[in-house]
Design a binder for this molecule. Structure first.
Ligand code: AMP
Length: 427
């Protein structure tokens, strides 16, 4: 029991002792053939399919059927070993990249890195189906950094669904390409466009952006998509969910014919299949998705009436294990109200949502990352793609409207192989 008055449904559980995939890289045991062996979740709970057709309409549609959701999570997680075939040395990266990887402390590739890097290094098009938080950023960045270092005329366009994800990709880029004289520009909304225009004039190899701002820059003639021989679409399923399909089509159709195209997605709705057929050239498909939710995230529900919710939340947040918590609520107003209420109760809390300026969102995120605050209250959209490695708990103060949103919310915890807990308030 979490605490006395809360009744809890224990069957809402896909918790597994094995989930420390990423942490195990350092300690991954070698098997008889000298490969490292990892465990993965092969038992995929039979949840509602998360393609865009099955999404509930935002308004006027029935919410997730919690009961069905809970029962289907009773499936025990079966374990199957994942064999990691390569070490980072096997990929043939430039010495500078190897040095940087050593500094960062990456010792063993994750499954998506292990299975996709060789193909990307060979210049092939690739569709990577991987859960969020499994190391896909390095899977595409490392080979592309290698390529640009060898041929400075190469240009890479990376498109991500949100500003935060674009910024995280840029942070990873800077770590992997340190001292290599490769540069990047970020082109995302909510930040001054003129600064981005002057960054673009410096002729960076990597441009990382969100679809809307990239389109704006193109319309202003500050960006010409025909100069990119390499394109990465990260979290393409999210971008389609967010309604960016036209922008993506437009950008892809303006790229040169001779190019390398990489798509990454956690799910494979039919809309993506169409894009793959149209825009990828004989792609290799790599699938390391191990279930829609990570096996190392303990999931549970808390049954509580609406008038008791805030009291319960306070008690929950006061328990010792709630070290770093992201709380989701539905609307911007609810997020503000909840953050204010918790602040008034003495919690260290900040909030992010779409009405906040980008620098306010960044500041809240940095304070959260650096442990200056314990709690971040967020809307779904604002929290998309956030990669903070040690979030201990995700609390769904409101039930998400779609199962996709749920998967995305709880993917903020249990990252990089850490264990995490996701709790959903239901009444
Ligand atoms: P991503 O899915 O790219 O957002 O990565 C999730 C987290 O895993 C990030 O914090 C990465 O820094 C970390 N990570 C990625 N690849 C590795 C690796 N090979 N070894 C250890 N950590 C990694």
């Amino acid at each position: 029991m979490l605490f006395g008055t809360i009744s809890k449904f224990n069957y809402f559980r896909a918790f597994s002792a094995q989930g420390n995939q990423m942490k195990n890289h350092k300690s991954g045991r070698r098997n008889s053939s000298g490969n490292r062996s990892f465990s993965k979740n092969s038992g995929r709970p039979n949840f509602r399919k998360s393609n865009s057709r099955s999404r509930f309409k935002r308004f006027g549609a029935s919410p997730i059927d919690i009961q069905q959701f809970i029962q289907k999570a009773t499936n025990t997680v079966k374990l199957k070993p994942v064999i990691i075939q390569n070490s980072f040395k096997d990929f043939g990266f430039n010495a500078e990249i190897e040095k940087n990887l050593e500094k960062i402390g990456y010792e063993t590739p994750t499954p998506i890195q292990d299975q996709s890097i060789n193909h990307i290094m060979e210049g092939k098009d690739l569709l990577g189906l991987a859960n969020t938080g499994t190391g896909k950023t390095a899977a595409f960045l490392l080979p592309l950094i290698h390529k640009c270092f060898n041929d400075n005329s190469q240009k890479v366009l990376i498109i991500a669904p949100t500003r935060e994800l674009a910024q995280q990709i840029d942070q990873e880029f800077k770590k992997f390409s340190k001292n290599m004289r490769l540069y990047s520009a970020i082109c995302v909304g909510g930040m001054p466009i003129f600064r981005q225009i002057s960054d673009l004039r410096r002729n960076p190899n990597f441009i990382i952006g969100t679809p809307g701002r990239l389109k704006d820059l193109k319309q202003r003639k500050n960006l010409n998509f025909s100069m990119f021989q390499n394109i990465v679409l990260d979290e393409i399923d999210r971008m389609l969910d967010m309604g960016f399909v036209d922008e993506i089509r437009q950008i892809l159709s303006e790229l040169p014919k001779e190019r390398q195209t990489l798509f990454f997605s956690a799910t494979m709705p039919s809309k993506i299949e169409v894009l793959v057929q149209q825009f990828l050239n004989k792609p290799i498909t790599i699938k390391t998705v191990t279930g829609q939710t990570a096996a190392n995230v303990h999931q549970d529900v808390i049954k509580v009436s609406a008038d008791q919710k805030f009291e319960h939340l306070k008690k929950l947040l006061s328990t010792e294990e709630q070290k770093k918590v992201i709380i989701f609520s539905e609307t911007k107003r609810d997020v503000d109200k909840l953050a204010k209420g918790l602040f008034a109760e003495g919690f260290k809390v900040d909030s992010i949502h779409g009405d906040k300026r980008q620098n306010q969102r960044q500041k809240a995120l940095s304070r959260f990352k650096d442990d200056h605050i314990q709690i971040l209250v967020a809307t779904d959209v604002a929290a998309r793609g956030i990669d903070v490695s040690n979030i201990s708990h995700v609390i769904n103060y409101t039930v998400p409207q779609t199962y996709d949103d749920y998967v995305h919310r709880i993917g903020r915890t249990g990252r990089g192989g850490h264990k995490g807990t996701a709790l959903t308030f239901v009444n």
